[in-house]
Design a protein. Structure first.
Length: 341
């Protein structure tokens, strides 16, 4: 038998993830959670301590309809700066209130501009949004202060030799470089997301006890993985991502930035996402999403539901199954965050 199909299927079936969720009570859940978090962080490549001073800098400030759009930058890793858009609701800011905040993680595309209503050239696309539906703007108009970091490898954070070419990301080259050095793109992005939360917590206009996150596709990976590890995030919305690894990134062609070596020894995707419990989680799943199939998203939902049921917080988990493709829905997400952050 020359074709490896059956061999690979049997190889996958032969591995039972060591930390697949099987807790029977809250005490066993806590032990499972703590062990899986440690193993998960190790497989992501580990994280440095967050001792590098953020040293935020304001780059621009633009008055928009109902909010102010700032462009800032801050330090993530030593020697690395991250640009981000910050959307501040006008009325709330004028009252001097501490605002609930959401970290908005864009998916594959041209970067953070895509979620704050801008084209790659910085022109307004409010009336003609992409699959990401300007979701950062939608959040700001509902009273959230929003930070939308430029995720590592996209937009203005592409490698110099790829920046001027017709490539929207440097995911492939950066991921290979990181893997060669025992690190992962997912780990880098999760760590920078934690630094974005650090940035929110240091702002005087943010209520540090009311922070959520939302992301789609690759940004859904960032949102779910970060919330799984960072309990400062009180509520999470993940669009077009929660699934099983087997039915999505292991079965359908996906960007290399999705892959975490050796993670299958310990967990499947529903186990990782279940680390968010007992905090609030809403999944969005399109009926016509061709790269994160609905059937596997619903399978993952039921596995995650087991954890929320065990912890007696089933109302903290929800799923918006909508008629659509690989895109933001928003039909429930914004109201969900307003109720749960």
């Amino acid at each position: 038998m020359w074709h490896p199909d059956e061999y690979m299927e049997s190889l996958y079936a032969s591995i039972t993830p060591e930390l697949q969720f099987a807790a029977a009570n809250a005490e066993e859940w806590k032990a499972w959670r703590d062990r899986l978090r440690r193993r998960f962080a190790e497989r992501l490549g580990g994280f440095p301590d967050r001792s590098a001073a953020l040293e935020p800098k304001l780059l621009e400030r633009v008055e928009c309809d109902g909010y102010v759009r700032e462009r800032v930058e801050f330090t993530t890793f030593f020697g690395l700066r991250c640009p981000a858009y910050v959307l501040v609701p006008t009325v709330s800011a004028a009252l001097g209130a501490r605002l609930p905040a959401v970290a908005a993680f864009h998916g594959h595309g041209y970067g953070s501009r895509e979620v704050v209503g801008l084209s790659p050239a910085g022109e307004s696309i409010i009336g003609r949004p992409t699959y990401q539906k300007n979701f950062g703007v939608q959040l700001a108009k509902r009273g959230f202060l929003v930070v939308a970091p430029e995720i590592f490898g996209f937009g203005d954070r592409r490698l110099r030799d790829e920046y001027g070419r017709d490539k929207y990301s440097s995911c492939d080259k950066l991921s290979k470089l990181l893997l060669h050095m025992g690190r992962t793109m997912a780990g880098h992005r999760v760590y920078e997301a934690m630094r974005a939360v650090d940035y929110l917590c240091m702002r005087e206009d943010v209520d540090a006890e009311r922070i959520g996150c939302m992301g789609i596709s690759g940004g859904g990976l960032v949102a779910s993985f970060t919330a799984a590890l960072d309990e400062r995030i009180k509520s999470t919305v993940v669009s077009g991502y929660v699934n099983t690894f087997k039915a999505s990134i292991l079965d359908i062609e996906h960007c290399i930035d999705n892959y975490v070596p050796g993670l299958g020894e310990y967990a499947e995707m529903p186990d990782i996402v279940s680390l968010i419990a007992p905090r609030a989680l809403l999944m969005e799943a399109g009926t016509k999403d061709e790269i994160f199939p609905l059937s596997a998203s619903l399978e993952a939902l039921e596995r995650i539901r087991n954890v929320y049921t065990l912890l007696e917080v089933p109302s903290k988990l929800a799923c918006d199954v909508f008629e659509g493709e690989h895109e933001i829905s928003g039909a429930q997400a914004y109201d969900w965050l307003q109720r749960t952050v």
